[in-house]
Design a protein around this ligand. Sequence first.
Ligand SMILES: *[C@@H]1O[C@H](CO)[C@@H](O)[C@H](O)[C@H]1NC(C)=O
Ligand SMILES: *[C@@H]1O[C@H](CO)[C@@H](O)[C@H](O)[C@H]1NC(C)=O
Ligand SMILES: *[C@@H]1O[C@H](CO)[C@@H](O)[C@H](O)[C@H]1NC(C)=O
Length: 822
Amino acid sequence: MPPALAPEVEQLAAWFKSCGLSDSRSLEAARSKYSPAAKSLFDSAGFQLHPIEDKQGALVLQVARDAQALSDDANLYIVAAIQDAAVKFMGAAVPPVDADAFNRACGVGFTITPEELLARVRTYISSNKADLAKLGWGGISKTLGQMRNSDDLRWANPLEVKAATEKVYEEEFGKKEEAMAKAKAAAEAAKKSKAKAPTASTSSAAATPVAESPEDLFGTGWLSRLHKPGGNQQKYPERMVEHLKATGGKVFTRFPPEPNGFLHIGHSKAIAVNFGYAKYHKGHCYLRYDDTNPEAEEQIYFDKILENVRWLGYEPYRITHSSDHFAELYELARLLIKKGLAYTSNDTAEEISAQRGGPSHGPRHDSKDRNKPIEQSLSEFADMKAGKYQPGEMTLRMKQDMQSPNPTMWDIIAYRVLGKPHHRTGTEWCIYPTYDFTHCLCDSFENISHSLCTTEFIGARTAYEWLCDALEVYKPRQSEYGRLTLEGAITSKRKLLKLVTGGHVSGWDDPRLYTLVALKRRGVPPAAIISFVSGVGVSTSPSLVQLSRFEQTVRQHLEMTTPRLMLILRPIRVTLENLPADFYLDITKPLHPKDPSTGSNTVPFTRELFIDADDFRVEPVDKNFFRLCPGATVGLLNVPKPIAYVSHEVDPATGAVTHIVARYVDDAPATFKPKGWVHWVAQHAPSASPVAIAETRLFKRLFKSDNPAALGDAYLDDLDPESLVVVRGALVETGVWGVVRDSLRRADEVVQLRKAEAEKNGTEAPPSVDGLEVVRFQASRTAYFCLDRDSKLEREGDGKDVARGELVLNLIASLKEDKGKK
Ligand SMILES: *[C@@H]1O[C@H](CO)[C@@H](O)[C@H](O)[C@H]1NC(C)=O
Ligand SMILES: *[C@@H]1O[C@H](CO)[C@@H](O)[C@H](O)[C@H]1NC(C)=O
Ligand SMILES: *[C@@H]1O[C@H](CO)[C@@H](O)[C@H](O)[C@H]1NC(C)=O
């Protein structure tokens, strides 16, 4: 008898086994010296949730053993490549597997000497030199990505490949620093000559979105390694011939949400990947509502999903519904029964669970109905459709493989009785197909070339392919990427619902939430969301991203695209006692200090003005307080001369400062540089200055802790009562009306352009989904704001002129990361 194992080794071995390793390999891994490295690598790759093949596991263990010196990212990259290659190989190979071919495809035993590596890199670069020279050093990461796709370089150590490539680049294009400096100088010269070209001077503050680079997302990395249309193996090759004839070899993808809730930030990745991949390859992407569960569906979800897709900048090729295919699906279910591959069953949920081994994962056994005569199943299925059974009394199950290690093969349900009317088909059906039955077949009907989804569905791919093959229809290839989770954002439907129905937020679009409708209302630019998704990247590993990174992307985007205005959140009146009552000076200031093409605007400067209560202290808090206080002289942004403190008045009841008297230091020498600058707005009735803001809504994160999702149901106790502060009585400079008009006009121009283009195309232009949130600006020294839909604008003239109304502002983002948060 072998000696007893230490309990922790036994436990670890069981854990490795749950990741897919064989008994002996699990034990070997648990006993090895490198077991901690292996455990951590398996953990980060998420194998417990998505087990791998034993053979792949062996390769990953090798990585853990040999590559402990590499970074975690490098390791994960290798692991993803192994997984990818093995899965592709298995997808294409018909068992029994040829072990040598498998090993070649997965890089088992791959070795390369540094000389061979260098020679191969040289060959690659010299044979593609014309293309590579265009981008020079700037294109090196693209080159690396492409080389990784090439045969067996992907199995070489990525750090060595990188070093070899850099060496060859230096031979071909010169030293990196020099080449990059030259390229930069050339780009700047080009930019300058462009800036000099005459432009309409005071427009377009927000016109130029930050450039995204679809090349980064689709041209390199995981998405660049997917098969080409036609490359997905078929059990019935003639299906591919028909398929390519129908699609012309184009890429077809789909975004298939269930219309039973609001989309959130995590879905933006699915939208960007599916629509973006099709667009990049000049193909098409469907929006398909997966509406097979009438109990949870509502019209508002259908509407908002389409609105979200359009808001993010995509237009579906066609809008379809799974329910469009109910009749066809029903016929295919009958065909499956006739082929002896499905059966009706009155097993209860408990019985089905017991057949599948029960909660203790015991042995599995067949349903008593599995070998029911085909005729009986056909007639009972017809009875299901005819309403002769109540929900739960009868189901249609697929006859898959109860002995498969994959639970999605355990005779899963194809049809169930729901007895609920459907949103689109009314009372025509009382039976509805399940996701598992519907999804792959709708992909097949729509001739999807790339069925892209998250890694939770890896296991379901077996059932997906089983069903397509069983029915002898075209079989799309499902490929899975890691899901995007924003740490700190509550996205669970159930938890969101509780927040909304419990009155903790104002609705599904409360700007503190991370639903797409909320982000839109909050003023987050859609392009910032796409940049964020692109920046995080797409691979097979899940991405858990901190909120602060998302906020930083939004901030960077706003920094480049919003005009500056002066807004006083909590005003104190200031009188410049040495100026005459009718003193008036036009102050012209840039709308964006770093982007002169944004233009400028003009505001009045007078004897009476307002500064922010935060910019005045009766007693300075410390010696680094450089704003206004007794004895101080400070600058007013864009005003030629500084002001000096004279006196102040206090409300005796509250102790609050109500009025400051100061002096305009007209005779300050031109060389005088004040230590601090404050923003201001002046009172000048003829200019209707300042403009009063009805409500300024300041948001902080909804929860006190960084990751409320980790708190389970206690998340409601973690709500921050100060996550919304409404300020009334803020004042903004008159320039706000110009920004409102310009932003609305620009949004309208885009709509008109699209209309004209659609007319030319002979199609209907998609309706605009823009709201008042397109009016965005940076309140200098304060924060980024947008107009809330609660604002009431009074439109004049042609309806586009706005110079009056009630303004409600939402805080989009602070200017800097909140360091004091905790
Ligand atoms: C999909 O391809 C088939 C041929 O395989 C064709 O008959 C069918 O019309 C195509 N469907 C769509 C929606 O393009
Ligand atoms: C299920 O169907 C069988 C016949 O196939 C029948 O004998 C049995 O009573 C049914 N069970 C229930 C709970 O209706
Ligand atoms: C017009 O057709 C072109 C080419 O098919 C397409 O790229 C574009 O999106 C269409 N525009 C509209 C507004 O439908």
